[in-house]
Structures are given as structure tokens and as C-alpha cells.
Design a binder for this molecule. Structure first.
Ligand SMILES: [Zn+2]
Ligand SMILES: [Zn+2]
Length: 497
């Protein structure tokens, strides 16, 4: 009875070899048809497998097929749309990437051009720099910035060429973000510390173009044990962080739910203080960012002039009893117990008044930045800005995938949000890919990364469950601005980061 089993095994082992002999062009041609068929049937699985074949095959015609399909996706089908964006941006060969760069340039006035740039975030091919060079020269300003920012992450001679060209065009300008990005990129890629004088860079490059690119040594922030994101800033983020530690104290104001005049045990209504987390001021302290803390009782009279950002701690804002003789007991609701063992009660509420909400509205209307934590969606955001955001029903634990709204990928608030960190495996893979532009990705090792969107866990605020501290949750859980991104429909396959 063993023989048939063995036979099946042999056939199975042989089958892939037969398939591999199918002419590459025929396989790609079939995959192009499969792609359109899958899209017509709205089959995400089918789309994914067709895209894998096309990306492996590479070339102008295949990337074009993906880009053409993109224009046929209906408005409401965000998952197919972002799947195709990710597919188009996963090609690694020079020919396909040059075609992609041309398409982005041709579509430079559209949102799709921005979305494609966003999709390139994880593409580690050394050919990206060459492919984006025309866009750097002729694109709209936001696209130029996105392109230079991307090129600054690619260690290849092409990237150095493009960045020096940018520097030459921009060096005489009084202020130029492009120039600053280009200089920073050159420093990171080459490890040289010349600044905005292009002559220095050109001179050095003429003598060193054929030598390996050494890259800058790891960033020294002086902070490696803060337990916050500051410990792991990449080169781009360090640039944004520089100078923050010298900003005036009042630039950042934290609204804290502390009531120093109440009896000792009843003074602090910051939820993180009472549920095992860190307050925002704790985290800022560790990050070394100057800030001023204003307590809720003082907020209405507090002068917000000169403040750039207001950060509000999640607070217990439901009405409660603060009688010292009442003992907590019974069932829990909204993290509050019921009173037992005492008949006198003393009602208290930390909820921000209408006047305080008005003050926050005015602050934001004047250009202030507002950052809210957790329950403040209900307490602050939906009261101050009901036209933009509201708290929904409490969710059980579940997964949602979040994608940016189409065409909004260059929104400054989304910078870095949808370009997930590279895991160590991918880092190694990426190095094999760029390697100073000398090595090409090995044939057959192409993997398509489905990584535009990220996952957020919505956990129900169960009573007595510790709130994760902002540092523990890290950048992955930061929600992007509610206006631009949109929650993707919860059907079919989803992106993974
Ligand atoms: Zn009591
Ligand atoms: Zn009571």
C-alpha cells in the first residue's frame, strides 16, 4: 500500500520543475490576464498572486499593466487600490522602475502620484534613485520632497548623483528644504560631513565614485535608555528632533488631570497614573523635551499664548464620589466602582467645562497643535470638533486595517506613518539589494511586501486593565490625523506590516 503514496510524492516534486519551464513571457502574459480577471471578480487573493508573478517578471509592460489597472478601481474599493499601488511599487528592476518614475511624473498633478510615492517607501532597489531623478527635477514641490527624502535612504552611486544635482540647483536659495534634505542624505549615504557647498561634494565624488559607500556611523543622540522613541530615531527623525530640547518651555503644554487642593488620595485623575502607565509629562521628561504642565483647575485662566502644542492626558472625567469614608465595591463601570459602607457622598467631576473646550477650539483655530490621548476622544475631541471626529461604540478586541485616503499620502502628518520600520530580515534583504549599487537582487528572491497599511488593535477599555504607556506602545500605534486617513473596509485580505 505504500507505493501509490510514493508515486504522488514524486509527481508533486516534479510538478514545479515543469511549471518553471513555462516561458517567462507566457507566464507574465497569463498573469496580466489573471490580474484583470481577479480585479473584475474583486478577488484580492487572485490579484495578489498575479502581482507576484508580474513583479518577479519585471519590465515595462508588466508594471504598465498594474498601473493601467489602477485607474479602473472603483472609488470605494480601497483595499484593491492600495494592493495595486503596493504591487506597482514592488518592482525592483531598472526598466520597470524607470517606467514607474515616468508614470508618477506624468500624473504629477494627481493624488495617485503621491500614493505611488508612498508605496515606494519600502522599495530597497538601488534603481529607485535613477528612476525618480526626473521627478526630482520636474515634479511639484511636495513630490520633489518625497522623492528626495526617498532617495536619501538609498545607498547607491545613482542616489549620490541625484542628490548632488539637487544641491547644485538649490544651494544659492535662502531657504530650501530640498537642499537640506539633499545635504542630509549625502552625509548619511557617504559618511562625509560636507555641508551646502556643492563644490566640496563634487570634488570628493569625482575621486570616490568607484569606491564603496561607507555610510554614516549610527546616530549618537546621547539618549539610548529613555524607553521612548528617542532611543531609536533614524537619521531622518533625528534631523526633525534636533533643536527640540532647546525649545522654550512653554512651546509644549500638557494638560494634566491633577487637583492639588483635593485630599491626597483624590488628587490625580490622569488615567495612566492610576492604571500602570506613564503620563504624557513623564514621557516628555524622559525624551528631554521642554514642556509646561498645567493642571485642570488652572486651565481656564492659563494663558496659551506662545504655546505651539497642547497635549491632553487621558483622564477619568466621569462623575464620581470622592468621599474618603466610602469604600469602593460592587461592579465596575468606566473604571469606577460603587460606594459602599458610607451614606455621605461627595460628588466630583474632572470633566473639562464648556469654557475649557471653547478655549481648546480657539487654540486650534489659531494654528495650535492638539494631541489627545485615549478617552479624550470623547471628552475633548468630539465636543470641540464634532464635524471631524466622534467616539463610536466601545469595540471588543479586533483588528482593523487603516489606509490613508486616496491621494492624501503626501499630507505632512502622514510622514513616516505608513512607511513601516524594516525588520532585521528585510534589512538584510535590502542590503543584498542595494550593496552600493553593485549587486543586483538575485533572481528568484523577489518578495512582494504588502505593507502600505498598518494594523491597529482596538482593545476594549476593560476595567482594571493597565493602560499601555505611550513609550511601550511605540510609534506603531500612533493614529494618523483623522481627517486624511480612512478606515479600510473590513473585508477580504488585509495588509500586514
Ligand atoms: Zn462616603
Ligand atoms: Zn460615596
Amino acid at each position: 500500500m505504500r507505493r501509490p503514496g510514493l508515486l504522488v510524492l514524486v509527481v508533486a516534486a516534479f510538478f514545479p520543475a515543469v511549471k518553471a519551464e513555462e516561458p517567462a513571457e507566457e507566464a507574465a502574459s497569463n498573469a496580466r490576464k489573471d490580474l484583470y480577471r481577479a480585479l473584475a471578480n474583486r478577488s484580492e487573493e487572485g490579484m495578489k498572486s498575479a502581482l507576484l508573478v508580474l513583479v518577479r517578471a519585471g519590465g515595462r509592460q508588466n508594471v504598465d499593466a498594474v498601473l493601467r489597472a489602477l485607474s479602473k478601481i472603483p472609488e470605494e474599493d480601497d483595499e484593491l487600490y492600495w494592493g495595486l499601488i503596493q504591487g506597482a511599487c514592488s518592482f525592483l528592476d531598472r526598466e520597470a522602475l524607470v517606467q514607474l518614475g515616468e508614470s508618477i511624473l506624468a500624473a504629477r498633478t494627481t493624488g495617485r502620484a503621491r500614493d505611488l510615492m508612498l508605496g515606494l517607501a519600502r522599495n530597497r532597489s538601488p534603481h529607485v534613485a535613477f528612476a525618480l531623478a526626473p521627478l526630482v527635477e520636474k515634479g511639484q514641490p511636495d513630490l520633489q520632497l518625497m522623492a528626495v527624502e526617498k532617495i536619501a535612504t538609498i545607498s547607491s552611486p545613482d542616489a549620490v548623483d541625484v542628490l548632488i544635482a539637487v544641491l547644485k540647483r538649490e544651494e544659492q536659495k535662502k531657504d530650501s528644504e530640498l537642499r537640506d534634505l539633499a545635504v542630509h542624505g549625502l552625509q548619511v549615504i557617504t559618511g562625509k560631513e560636507y555641508t551646502t557647498n556643492s563644490v566640496n561634494w563634487e570634488g570628493w565624488w569625482a575621486k570616490n565614485r568607484d569606491k564603496p559607500l561607507r555610510g554614516r556611523q549610527p546616530v549618537e543622540t546621547g539618549r539610548t535608555t529613555t524607553g521612548t522613541v528617542v532611543d531609536q530615531l533614524d537619521h531622518q527623525r533625528v534631523r526633525g528632533f534636533e533643536g527640540l530640547e532647546r525649545s522654550p518651555k512653554k512651546s509644549v503644554v500638557v494638560l494634566s488631570a491633577e487637583y492639588p487642593k483635593l485630599p491626597k488620595l483624590k488628587q490625580n485623575w490622569n488615567n495612566s497614573s492610576n492604571h500602570g502607565g506613564s503620563t504624557i509629562q513623564d514621557v516628555l521628561e524622559r525624551m528631554g523635551i521642554p514642556h509646561e504642565v498645567v493642571n485642570r483647575p488652572d486651565f481656564e485662566k492659563y494663558d496659551l499664548r506662545g504655546a505651539g502644542a497642547l497635549l491632553i492626558n487621558c483622564a477619568q472625567f466621569h462623575e464620581q464620589c470622592i468621599c474618603l469614608d466610602c469604600k469602593p465595591g460592587g461592579t465596575v463601570h468606566n473604571r469606577l466602582y460603587q460606594c459602599t459602607g458610607c451614606e455621605k457622598h461627595k460628588k466630583f467631576s474632572a470633566k473639562l467645562s464648556g469654557a475649557a473646550i471653547k478655549k481648546i477650539q480657539t487654540f486650534v483655530k489659531r494654528g495650535g497643535f492638539l494631541f489627545c490621548e485615549d478617552w479624550t476622544v470623547k471628552e475633548v475631541l468630539e465636543r470641540a470638533f464634532p464635524q471631524y471626529v466622534s467616539a463610536g461604540a466601545v469595540l471588543k478586541e479586533g483588528k482593523v486595517s487603516v489606509t490613508p485616503a486616496r491621494g492624501r499620502a503626501s499630507h505632512p502628518y502622514l510622514r513616516g506613518i505608513f512607511s513601516p520600520e524594516i525588520s532585521p530580515d528585510e534589512e538584510a534583504e535590502g542590503r543584498a539589494g542595494d550593496g552600493g549599487g553593485e549587486k543586483r537582487p538575485k533572481e528568484g528572491t523577489t518578495t512582494v511586501k504588502w505593507g502600505t497599511a498598518r494594523k491597529w488593535w482596538c482593545s476594549s477599555p476593560a476595567p482594571r486593565r493597565p493602560v499601555p504607556s505611550p513609550s511601550a506602545s511605540g510609534p506603531a500605534q500612533r493614529m494618523p490625523t483623522p481627517a486624511a486617513p480612512r478606515r479600510a473596509a473590513g473585508r477580504g485580505w488585509s495588509f500586514r506590516s
